[in-house]
Design a protein around this ligand. Structure first.
Ligand code: ZN
Length: 201
């Protein structure tokens, strides 16, 4: 495990049209992050190749992200999860076992059709590592401006020495906040690392 203060920036629901801009900022500061990818956006192959080439981690966030479908039952979830793993493998050559459940591992989105505790156990037994987050930018919620994202993230980071930050690279204002998040993190002694199978979750 890394020593010192660590920020794992994670970007869900992409890659998409703002991913190039994000990759450029990350390269400028040599910051490595994690993308929990879905399979439905344009230019998936090109974006995944660029992410992999830059040395970021890629994780599974399901192909469709459609709660009603993926959480209909355990088999539906597993099929979609393996489909996304295969898609990432096809485009990058990387067989990732990193995973993030849409809505998080303790969500109630499945309306109790899917027992999340059992699903989490099954996925773990199958050799996947799922990651939730302890700092939420709220960029899929109330935050609608760069400055709000920045405030939410820096406020959250002040409480953690090992932080997993939730952002979405399909939100342009959230991508715009990344440079200032990195500068703040570096000034406050954090290192930016990509999630690995043995990273704390
Ligand atoms: Zn998501």
């Amino acid at each position: 495990q890394p020593s010192g203060k660590v920020i794992y920036l994670t970007f869900d629901d992409g890659p998409g049209v703002y991913t190039d801009e994000l990759l450029a900022v990350l390269e400028k500061y040599n910051a490595k992050v994690t993308f929990f990818a879905v399979g439905t956006n344009t230019n998936l192959e090109r974006n995944l190749k660029a992410i992999a080439a830059a040395g970021h981690s890629i994780g599974i966030h399901t192909v469709t992200h459609e709660y009603a479908e993926i959480y209909a039952n355990k088999d539906a979830f597993l099929k979609d999860m393996y489909d996304m793993q295969a898609l990432i493998q096809k485009h990058t050559g990387i067989t990732t076992t990193l995973m993030r459940f849409p809505g998080g591992s303790s969500n109630r989105l499945s309306d109790n059709k899917c027992d999340m505790k059992q699903l989490v156990r099954t996925v773990t037994d199958l050799g996947f590592q799922y990651f939730d987050w302890n700092v939420d930018s709220d960029d899929a919620g109330q935050a609608r401006k760069k400055d709000t994202v920045l405030e939410n993230v820096t406020e959250g980071l002040s409480w953690h020495s090992t932080a997993i930050v939730l952002q979405h690279d399909i939100q342009p204002f959230s991508v715009e906040a990344v440079e200032e998040i990195i500068v703040w993190g570096l000034e406050n002694g954090f290192t930016f690392l990509p999630l690995q199978p043995d990273s704390p979750n």
